[in-house]
Design a binder for this molecule. Structure first.
Ligand code: FE
Length: 190
């Protein structure tokens, strides 16, 4: 693990050790994440590899007690998520390229877009949670290049039972898992 990522994980763990309420996690954890994505010189290539068909979610670190997980999201050109929720707090820091996040609100099984899409550029940090807004659709801002954001979630996000929101309405159960390494690297030793 690179020194920058290790320092971030240690600092984030110390913050969580203090049992902070969510607003403090989003504010102080967000500041830590802003520091991590302020420079793009630490993510190993194995965690920056796009897939031709779908966006990738590589597990960078899982807290030993599942209190938080750190993931690199790698967007191939033009790739996008379905509309989805998280059910736990999440922080998104843009490392490379750019992405758009469109927020939605669900009412009576109907989705309504909330405001304009938010564009994240390198160094920007955004938050999601059931309290601050949990449903969104994210896409690479570029059709011709890879974009990467670093996500921190308040659980082992690959195992969390959450939802996608199909265009026809309603919710579909969804567990994201994590992407496998093409090189067969073990997930536990980035
Ligand atoms: Fe998301």
């Amino acid at each position: 693990m690179s020194a920058r990522l290790r320092d971030f994980v240690v600092a984030f763990g110390r913050l969580i050790d203090t049992h902070p309420a969510e607003p403090r996690i989003l504010e102080e954890g967000g500041a830590l994440l802003r520091g991590l994505v302020a420079r793009d010189d630490w993510l190993p290539d194995a965690f920056a590899k796009p897939h031709p068909e779908r966006y990738q979610q590589y597990l960078l670190h899982l807290d030993a007690a599942d209190r938080f997980s750190v993931v690199s999201f790698v967007w191939g050109p033009g790739q996008a998520t379905p509309v989805h929720d998280h059910t736990v707090w999440g922080l998104i820091g843009m490392l490379r390229g750019a992405e758009y996040s469109q927020a939605y609100r669900e009412r009576d099984r109907l989705l309504t877009a909330q405001g304009a899409p938010v564009r994240l550029d390198p160094g920007d940090v955004e938050a999601v949670s059931p309290t601050v807004g949990d449903v969104h659709r994210v896409r690479n801002a570029y059709d011709d290049r890879v974009s990467i954001s670093i996500h921190v979630y308040g659980a082992d996000i690959g195992k969390v039972r959450r939802h996608t929101y199909p265009p026809g309405g309603g919710r579909k159960p969804f567990v994201s898992g994590y992407s496998e390494f093409p090189q067969g690297l073990p997930v536990s030793s980035p």
